[in-house]
Write a protein that binds this ligand. Structure first.
Ligand code: C5P
Length: 311
């Protein structure tokens, strides 16, 4: 079956360091993939008979958060597939001549939007990974020599699609700098989590706009996090998210949600990315489930765990 899960992420910490001349911001963050997932299916439906570029015959979006997800070229999945086709056209003329493919896409949206959970970015990375698998399958079935897509090209395309997309090509946990695309390893430790999304969403662009220069700079103990994840210490490090200072005054509910999770025993409760979802990291499932009980009446709640790396 040509399906793939596209996991959400949280940011265990997120320090916005400064504004760059290109309009983006330099970050220092720790990504963690979690088992709240969208699901993408790409079906090869045969050779195209026309000469147009359009490779997508049908694009359906379903699931609890389908509403507000465009099923056209505005969707990052569509753009990812377009870019991936371009790579394969340049890299493997034999594939292109033989298959000149057309696809049906189906996306099941379980990850809420405007939440800082990276759903759209993860869908895009999933499209690249799944497309790569399909190309290899078609080559093998067609008796043509196997050829993997150039990983450097995939990373370049991923970075152009969005700052979080390269992380989702790897999954698991990673420390990141730059726009969020320069990735380094983190020790893996299974985390028991609760993600809480209030009724409102926050656009990433608006969240960055709300930052003031005095809010920026390093504030999190990344070294302490590495040691804690590697079980070298049980002392939990100080971890921050720069966006809380900018967004808490506008959305007081964000602080209330984090406080409720801390009251139920969370080791850490932070905004994820630029919000509006927050997550709590708990020492055990009992305390996580209590927090879930307390918050489920007023917010969308997603109990989940951290995931290992892709593949
Ligand atoms: O990279 P992506 O398309 O996900 O970013 C969306 C917007 O968020 C950018 O246009 C920019 O305004 C802001 N952004 C930023 N610095 C980053 C990542 C995103 O300013 N590192």
């Amino acid at each position: 079956m040509n399906s793939i899960f596209a996991p959400a992420k949280i940011n265990l910490f997120l320090d916005v360091l400064g504004r760059r001349p290109d309009g983006y911001h330099d970050l220092h963050t720790a990504f963690c993939a979690v088992d709240l997932c969208d699901e993408l299916t790409i079906e090869f439906v045969g050779r195209r008979e026309d000469s147009g570029w359009l490779a997508i015959r049908q694009f359906t979006v379903e699931g609890p958060f389908a509403n507000g997800t465009p099923a056209d070229a505005r969707n990052l999945v569509w753009r990812a597939l377009d870019q991936a086709l371009l790579i394969v056209k340049q890299q493997n003329a034999r594939f292109w001549d033989r298959f000149y493919p057309r696809f049906d896409l189906r996306l099941v949206k379980n990850i809420p939007h405007g939440a800082g959970l990276g759903g759209g970015s993860s869908d895009a990375a999933a499209a690249l990974l799944l497309f790569r698998r399909i190309v290899r399958q078609l080559l093998t079935e067609g008796g043509l020599p196997d050829l993997d897509l150039d990983p450097k090209e995939l990373r370049r395309v991923a970075t152009a699609l969005g700052s979080d997309v390269p992380f989702f090509l790897k999954g698991g946990m990673a420390e990141a700098t730059g726009r969020g695309e320069l990735l380094g390893p983190l020790p893996t430790r299974e985390l028991i989590l609760l993600i809480v999304k209030p009724a409102f969403s926050i656009s990433t662009v608006d969240a960055y706009r709300a930052l003031r220069p005095e809010m920026l700079g390093p504030a999190s103990d990344a070294y302490g996090l590495r040691r804690w994840l590697g079980r070298e210490t049980e002392e939990f490090p100080v971890l921050n998210n720069t966006f809380e200072r900018a967004l808490d005054p506008v959305y007081p509910e964000l602080r209330t949600i984090r406080e409720a999770m801390m009251e139920h025993g969370a080791l850490l409760a932070r905004l994820s990315g630029s919000g509006s979802a927050s997550f709590g990291l708990f020492p055990d499932t009992a305390s996580r489930d209590q927090a879930h009980e307390a918050l489920r009446g007023s917010h969308a709640c997603f109990p989940c765990r951290s995931l290992g790396p892709v593949g």
